[in-house]
Design a protein around this ligand. Structure first.
Ligand SMILES: *Cc1c(COP(=O)(O)O)cnc(C)c1O
Length: 424
């Protein structure tokens, strides 16, 4: 069994170890929630302060040009493109994941309505992140389509000749289970359907190859593994073969071909720029820029492939330590053991007390989170995200040891840990 000593040795040999210095991890905290809100990049406070005091305070409106504000969606989009297997000029950073999903789903349904109007169904996964399902449900209602929710293993058989769009999240937020993007995209295309991929738990977490998978549309989140800060802008990618086919429904002036001509009629910009709507939150954009730079700093050290290798080593280790040292305490594993099916998180299950155990861990500085089950097929989850940019092997050992102590002592049963907060 791996010992603490072994973990220290693994950290000492870790070629990515230097990247931790790019972050401000609070002292005494083992942060296993980068899948929900990434740690602050050390460069962010000064960068955001400069954007406030110099770019805004002094530059004022001139900064739209002189500080590159106007081009930030594309500038940041090109950085994100390098992390998800997209080309330069194919991604914009903008709006929220939910809003971008609305845009790309609408565009996908427009394409389907033109090319295959008999297709009246959208397929997604029942355990997909709720906002994705809600946006899909609203669009299906509006357009008279049926939204069919299936379990992961039922997706292939659900792809029949009346399916217009397959909408999936690449890595499941609850379980960390990862789909085979290339295989499911090929299956959807073989059935005549378009694919929309949500990369919220993939971008910056696992290697993604949108072009290689021949995907159609993708969106993703800026504040999780991209470390962009709370409410950071999200991103959107459209395969170039579709990008110019339709307007997206939020056809605002930033998506116009010539916004500063101020013409009364809309003329969409070519390519991904038409997926912009209106004025962007520039201060949030500057923070996201710092987050993206932390990932690009890993490029010379092997990039996403190296991060992935370390992520799998961290999650393998956590699973092994929990199973060896926390045995007999009713924990189960919801995350696939198979590497090809695992994102960058480990999700444990427990019939009772999952929320309180997470609270007790947080009180000890081990920050994970809790996701409620449905009382049926999907149990309550203790969720631990492993961001290899700033998490090390010693952290994993200590986190498992804290979990062991919380369970062995019954500490989690204290009333204060059983009080539900608004955000879990
Ligand atoms: C985190 C997450 C979102 C978040 O959407 P917001 O618009 O940022 O609130 C959406 N989808 C998935 C799959 C997520 O994991």
């Amino acid at each position: 069994m791996t010992t603490l000593q072994d973990c220290l040795a693994l950290d000492a040999q870790d070629p990515l170890r230097t990247l931790r210095a790019l972050f401000t991890v609070p002292p005494g905290v083992i942060y296993l929630d980068g899948n929900s809100l990434g740690v602050m990049p050390a460069a962010a406070p000064a960068r955001v302060a400069a954007a406030v005091t110099q770019e805004w305070g002094e530059g004022l409106i001139r900064s739209w040009n002189s500080a590159g504000w106007f081009a930030l969606p594309q500038t940041l989009g090109d950085k994100i493109a390098q992390l998800v297997g997209a080309g330069a000029g194919e991604v914009v950073a903008t709006d929220s994941t939910s809003i971008n999903l609305y845009k790309v789903l609408s565009a996908a349904l427009n394409i389907a309505a033109q090319d295959a109007p008999q297709r009246k169904r959208m397929v997604s996964e029942r355990s997909n992140f709720p906002t994705d399902l809600y946006i899909a449900e609203a669009l299906c209602r509006e357009r008279g389509l049926q939204l069919q929710l299936v379990e992961a293993e039922e997706i292939a058989t659900a792809l029949t000749s009346d399916v217009a769009v397959l909408m999936l999240t690449h890595v499941n937020y609850r379980t960390g289970a990862m789909h085979d993007m290339a295989a499911l995209t090929a299956a959807a295309h073989a059935a005549g359907a378009l694919t929309v991929w949500d990369l919220a738990h993939s971008a910056g977490a696992v290697p993604v190859d949108l072009r290689g998978a021949n995907a159609d549309f993708a969106i993703g989140c800026g504040y999780k593994y991209l470390n962009g800060g709370p409410g950071a802008p999200a991103f959107v990618w459209v395969n170039p073969r579709h990008a110019n086919r339709f307007w997206q429904p939020l056809a605002g002036w930033w998506g116009h071909a010539a916004p500063f001509e101020f013409t009364p009629d809309y003329r969409p910009a070519p390519g991904i720029t038409r997926y912009l709507c209106g004025t962007q939150p520039i201060l949030s954009m500057t923070a996201l820029d710092c987050g993206l730079d932390t990932l690009l700093a890993a490029q010379p050290l092997g990039g996403m492939a190296a991060l992935r290798k370390k992520s799998l080593a961290l999650t393998d280790l956590f699973i092994a330590l929990v199973e060896a040292r926390c045995a007999g305490h009713g924990l189960g594993l919801a995350t696939p053991r198979e590497h090809a099916q695992r994102g960058s998180q480990v999700c444990l299950t427990r019939d009772t007390g999952a929320y309180a155990i997470v609270q007790a861990l947080i009180a000890r500085g081990v920050v994970g989170d809790f996701r409620a089950g449905d009382g049926g097929k999907h149990p309550d989850i203790l969720r631990f995200g492993f961001t290899p940019l700033y998490i090390g092997f010693e952290d994993v050992w200590n986190a498992a040891e804290h979990l062991r102590q919380v369970l062995a002592s019954g500490e989690w049963q204290r009333p204060e840990f059983n009080q539900k907060h608004a955000v879990t």
